[in-house]
Structures are given as structure tokens and as C-alpha cells.
Design a protein around this ligand. Structure first.
Ligand code: C5P
Length: 220
């Protein structure tokens, strides 16, 4: 049954949000709390899986029985998830990964006396970790990506998801709306899951724990 349908399986989950340092005391970050990723880890453990949780600045406690790897930046997350994904049965990329990082990290604190009224930051693209995992294509491994979008229109949101699915090449894409109050910090979530052909395979709304259960059903 569902209670142990992931027994013997190794599930790797990334959760939280990366922080890209600017100087020793500042970073560029995002508002991901890590709640959905942690709920996925808890649900997978409850169904018998061995879970590696790649934790990027979580605001909530990680489950004690997960193998937790702490990361800060996108590049650290990439190294940790690539290592953990070798031989894993499923990889779930729930973390909000920074698309860009500062081109240079200052050795000393940036001073407003040196920079004046305008400060221009030069940023460079981070690698797309999910697309990289998909391209590496481990046979039999289920790869799940997330797409957090602010698009209010349901049809346009779906279209964005389908385009992203084609670009990422994962097995399933979990589409959810985020904003000032929706998605990130909330205890609830509303998702639409697309398969490789862009077809809707699951629509769910509820607590992040119940949504986690629906996502794991797709893996099981
Ligand atoms: O392209 P976008 O950031 O919207 O895609 C979100 C999905 O891609 C998430 O699953 C996220 O973990 C992953 N991602 C990634 N590497 C990046 C940016 C996002 O793996 N540089």
C-alpha cells in the first residue's frame, strides 16, 4: 500500500532558496521557505524511502531521519545534488535556485562612501541544474522540476509551464503560482503537474503535506 510504496527507494530532494553572496555580509536571495520541499521529504520518509535532503537556507526544520546536506549557493547546490543523484530513484528539484549570481564576490564589505548614490551590480547566469540532470539522463530515474510563476491568468500560466517543460526536459513539472502571499511562505499550495508531453496529470490544492502526497504518487 501507500504506507510503504517507496520502501528501498532513494529520493533526493532540494529545498529552500539559494543565497548568492555579494560581500562577506550580504547576499541576493529569494523568499522560498523550504516548506514544500520539507513536506516532500517527510512524506517520502513516511512511505519508506531513504531521503537525501539538499537544504538551501531552510526556514523550517529538516526531518531528523533525512540525510541532510547543507548548501548556500546555486553552485554548491549543483555539486551536492549531482553527487547525491548518482543512482537515486528520483530527484525532486523543489529549491528556488538563483538564476544569476554576482560576477565577483567582494572580499570586503561594500561601502556606500565608495559607491555613491547608484550601485550597479554585475550578475552572471547560473547553470540550469535541472536541465543538466535531465541531459545526464540516468535510466529509470524520475526527475521532477518546479515552476513557480507570478502569472495570474490560468491559461497563460499553463502555457508558461509547457514552454518550461520543453526547455528543462524533466519527467514531471510542478506548476504553482507564487506572489507576495501565495506559494513561498504559505502552509498551503495549489499545483498543476505536467508530464513530458505537457499534459496535465495532476491538479491538487491543500496543505503542503497533502500536495506532497500527490506528487509522490506520480513517482510511486
Ligand atoms: O527556470 P526556473 O527557475 O523557473 O525553473 C525552476 C526549476 O528549475 C526548479 O525546479 C528549480 O529548482 C530549477 N532550477 C535549476 N537551476 C537553476 C534555476 C532553476 O535547477 N539555475
Amino acid at each position: 500500500g501507500r504506507r510503504s510504496d517507496l520502501a528501498g527507494k532513494h529520493v533526493v530532494i532540494t529545498a529552500g532558496g539559494t543565497r548568492e553572496p555579494l560581500d562577506p555580509v550580504r547576499f541576493l536571495g529569494n523568499r522560498s521557505s523550504g516548506k514544500q520541499g520539507v513536506a516532500l521529504a517527510q512524506a517520502a520518509l513516511a512511505r519508506g524511502a531513504r531521503v537525501t535532503l539538499i537544504s538551501a537556507n531552510l526556514e523550517v526544520a529538516a526531518p531528523a531521519s533525512a540525510d541532510v546536506r547543507l548548501v548556500g549557493t546555486a553552485l554548491e547546490l549543483q555539486a551536492a545534488v549531482t553527487d547525491a543523484a548518482a543512482g537515486a530513484d528520483a530527484v525532486i528539484m523543489a529549491a528556488a535556485v538563483a538564476d544569476y549570481r554576482p560576477a565577483a564576490v567582494r572580499a570586503d564589505k561594500i561601502k556606500k562612501d565608495d559607491t555613491g548614490d547608484t550601485l550597479l551590480l554585475e550578475l552572471i547566469r547560473n547553470p540550469d541544474i535541472l536541465a543538466g540532470l535531465a541531459a545526464a539522463g540516468q535510466p529509470g530515474q524520475v526527475l521532477i522540476g518546479f515552476a513557480a510563476e507570478t502569472e495570474p491568468d490560468a491559461d497563460r500560466l499553463l502555457a508558461l509551464g509547457r514552454t518550461k517543460m520543453a526547455r528543462k526536459g524533466c519527467d514531471f513539472l510542478v506548476l504553482n503560482r507564487v506572489g507576495w502571499t501565495e506559494g513561498f511562505a504559505s502552509d498551503r499550495n495549489e499545483i498543476t503537474v505536467l508530464d513530458r508531453s505537457g499534459d496535465i496529470v495532476c491538479e491538487a490544492s491543500g496543505t503542503k503535506m497533502s500536495v506532497a502526497g500527490r506528487i509522490l504518487d506520480l513517482i510511486a
